[in-house]
Write a protein that binds this ligand. Structure first.
Ligand code: MLT
Length: 207
């Protein structure tokens, strides 16, 4: 049996057993497992929270996979790390006793990119995802089956890292795979604003 990678992480159980959903919180480059806890609590009050810290270091900054330059990904590492993280989620469901079929990613930037990669490579891991400033992680050779899964793509019109066409392409890839996709535009850049969080909370309530 292969060993599941260990992540430094935080886990907060659901407020009640009836709550049922778990948010997988995935920080951006240079972040850590604490960054998105308040965001997760604001989006889905009462849900369980699982927040790992990325295992790759870029000049001391934690990330979820290696990159060769900004927006240029080390594909071999991305694929390997995507599987590693998906295995950690499955293992954590057993360890903490949450429902593995009701895990939703909330990822920002680098964290959103590995969440998108997980939807494409390990679609069974996530019931849905809030992708905050994501980009297309790669063009899938074969579209996964994402029927019944939901995604929010929260993009910035003036994002200097992710061009609007790239956000639109990611939404299209997920939609073509059968996901129910909402594309939310903020007038701002790569930084999140209040409207992103309100959009995410509203998307969650609609689900
Ligand atoms: C990435 O490397 O995932 C993207 O360039 C976003 C970032 O982390 O800046």
């Amino acid at each position: 049996m292969t060993q599941v990678a260990t992540y430094t992480h935080r886990f907060e159980p659901a407020a009640s057993a009836a709550a049922g959903d778990t948010l997988l919180l995935l920080h951006g480059t240079g972040g850590n497992e604490n960054d998105l806890l308040p965001v997760g609590r604001a989006i889905a009050p009462g849900a369980a929270l699982l927040a790992p810290r990325g295992r790759v270091l870029e000049n001391g900054m934690p990330r979820f996979f290696r990159r060769l330059a900004e927006g240029v990904f080390d594909m071999e590492d991305l694929v390997a790390r995507t599987h590693e993280l998906a295995d950690f989620v499955a293992e954590s469901a057993k360890r903490y006793g949450f429902d593995a079929k009701r895990v939703f990613a909330v990822g920002f930037s680098n964290g959103a990119n590995i969440a998108a990669s997980m939807m494409l490579l390990r679609p069974e891991t996530l019931a849905g995802a809030v992708l905050l400033r994501p980009m297309v992680p790669f063009e899938p050779k074969q579209p996964p089956d994402l029927k019944g899964r939901r995604a929010l793509v929260a993009a910035g019109k003036a994002d200097p890292i992710v061009k609007p066409e790239n956000s639109e392409r990611l939404a299209a890839i997920l939609e073509e795979a059968g996901a129910d996709v909402t594309l939310h535009w903020s007038p701002g850049g790569h930084t999140l604003d209040r409207a992103d969080l309100s959009a995410a909370a509203a998307w969650w309530r609609e689900g």
